[in-house]
Design a protein around this ligand. Structure first.
Ligand SMILES: [Zn+2]
Length: 558
């Protein structure tokens, strides 16, 4: 985000920054300057590595946790290239404000203002020269002349060189139907290139057809307004094979396969050797890669899901500023940090490579209202991303009201603090009657398995209780995040104050990877962990006597 060239400041901003101008230089995910301590070429020769060099001096050596950034290079790289030095549809800084939930009244006029991100130029700008990646230099009034970055032109030139070959197409002639109508991989595509891009996903889990139904409702409406669309909407079917069988997945959960290693394996494998979810993922990559590669700004992916139990709609996403921009525009509870406790989600991956990924859970699988919720979410995101003026969207205020009504009394933001993992043969069974977001007390019996009763290890909110046979997530426990804390969290990150975490006693920033903070196990609890979460370091990795907290790569690309 913020890949544009020069932007005018607007004087004193909400954070007390002085007048000035920010020179946004987007190095991340582009090829690094040759000889800068590590070329952009990855070990497999396909992807690009974030440029790490600080202004005027080489950056730290980089240990990339991912063997390939193929999509990253193709997606994030391209919009960095195309937008440099020319106006962008949105100002990311402006969008990082929290406009969405000021509006809960549902009146049309108010919704018109609240549902669209603020225009560029209204936001504040911050210094963000963090770890040499994605450096955003603040140029004060005394130094209006943009400083030179010798790597900039090189990165711009090198962008396309790093593009890997496209994923070879596969032949997939399976006929899959839902409600008597065919479900092709591409459910629809409407609009024009050059503006915001929204990718809709339905049925990533095969037993969740509501998303496909909602997409079928929305696409004709979008096509009727195609000439007014500022960008493009692409709708894709997820797990077609599982959808045909009415199951969540056939062999493996399609939404747990999006690690960099896994993607590289699937995209380079012989198609004849791929089956079930590998085949699905390959077919999705074939469609998704060109969309990401040709985007002029971060692509927004809205992944439509449903739950086995009944309950209010909500959304989940990785805790990045870019995601919060869109997620906070939906008047439903927001679960933060789910992707950080689950490996290999598609949206976690998309967040890592610089795009936005939001999972919207519309309600129970077979509840007709769920489709209404999905439809409402799609329209609100269409408005939020600026694809259509709010006035062009049919019944936008009604869609907002529908979601608000379904979520009354629920917390606005909940962060995941605990995950109960179910292993095959555990005999896990949730106690009946639980609903999503139900408050639970520490010690309360929530489920049982072969070993006996399973009690809540902490007090909080119960999230995603499993009342179905598949999947390895038994339940999650979360804690409500007050709005003030969320605001503080966003401000800290926008201002780059989280850089100071590595200077705290007992905390060490990994010299090879600035997204990792290492602490002794003995201190990895309480307020320190709260502070890490506040700054977006949510993934916990236990390493012997130490614990590593990892943030999404994207948060330093801003
Ligand atoms: Zn699902």
């Amino acid at each position: 985000m913020g890949a544009g060239g020069l932007r005018r400041g607007r004087g004193l901003d909400g954070h007390g920054l002085p007048h000035g101008r920010a020179d946004h230089v987007h190095g991340p995910l582009h090829r690094a300057p040759a000889g800068s301590g590590g070329s952009g070429r990855q070990r497999d020769g396909l992807g690009a590595r974030p440029a790490r060099a600080r202004r005027g001096r080489p950056g730290p050596p980089h240990r990339d946790p991912h063997p390939s950034l193929a999509l990253a290079a193709r997606g994030a790289g391209r919009y960095g290239e195309r937008t440099r030095g020319r106006p962008r549809p949105h100002d990311s800084r402006a969008g990082d404000r929290d406009p969405g939930h000021a509006d809960r009244r549902g009146d049309a006029a108010h919704a018109r203002q609240a549902d669209q991100l603020p225009a560029r130029g209204r936001g504040h700008q911050t210094r963000r020269d963090r770890h040499g990646a994605g450096s955003h230099r603040r140029v004060g009034p005394a130094s209006r002349k943009p400083s030179r970055d010798p790597g900039r032109a090189h990165r711009a030139r090198g962008l396309t060189l790093d593009l890997p070959p496209p994923t070879p197409p596969i032949h997939d002639d399976r006929e899959v139907c839902l409600d008597g109508l065919p479900v092709p991989r591409v459910l629809g595509r409407v609009g024009r290139k050059g503006g915001p891009v929204l990718v809709l996903f339905g049925a990533v889990h095969g037993n969740e057809p509501a998303g496909v139904r909602a997409i079928r409702r929305v696409m004709p409406e979008l096509e009727a307004r195609a000439d007014r669309l500022r960008g493009e909407v692409v709708a894709l079917a997820g797990n077609r094979g599982a959808l045909a069988k009415g199951v969540r997945f056939v062999t493996r959960d399609l939404n747990r396969k999006w690690t960099f290693e896994g993607i590289e394996r699937v995209r380079t494998s012989d198609p004849a050797s791929l089956a079930d979810e590998d085949l699905e993922q390959r077919a999705i990559l074939e469609q998704l890669e060109p969309v990401l590669a040709h985007a002029h700004e971060p692509v927004t992916v809205l992944d439509l899901h449903t739950t086995s139990g009944s309950g209010a709609p909500f959304c989940c996403m990785s805790d990045t500023l870019r995601n919060l921009r869109i997620g906070l525009g939906l008047p439903v509870p927001l679960i933060l940090g789910l992707e950080e406790v689950i490996d290999g989600t598609m949206l976690g991956y998309l967040s890592d490579v610089g795009h936005r990924g939001i999972a919207f859970e519309g309600g129970r699988h077979d509840d007709p209202v769920t489709v209404d919720h999905h439809e409402a979410a799609i329209w609100l995101v269409v408005a939020r991303t600026g694809l259509l003026p709010p006035g062009e969207i049919p019944d936008l205020a009604g869609h907002r009201r529908r979601l608000e009504a379904a979520c009354q009394g629920l917390p606005r933001v909940v962060e995941v603090r605990y995950r109960h993992v179910v292993h095959e043969g555990d005999g896990f069974e949730m106690r009946p009657g639980f609903r999503n977001f139900d408050p639970v007390r520490k010690g309360q019996v929530l489920a049982e398995d072969r070993t006996g009763e399973i009690r809540a290890p902490m007090s909080g909110r119960l999230l995603l209780p499993r009342y179905q046979g598949q999947g390895e997530d038994g339940f999650f426990l979360g804690r409500v995040v007050p709005r003030s804390v969320l605001r503080l969290s966003r401000s800290i990150r926008r201002l780059g104050l989280d850089d100071a975490l590595g200077r705290l006693p007992t905390v060490r920033r990994d010299p090879l990877d600035p997204d990792r903070l290492v602490v002794p196990r003995a201190v990895a609890r309480g307020p320190l962990v709260d502070l890490f979460h506040l700054c977006g370091y949510r993934r916990r990795v236990d390493q012997g006597e130490h614990v590593v907290y990892v943030r999404r790569r994207q948060d330093r690309l801003l």
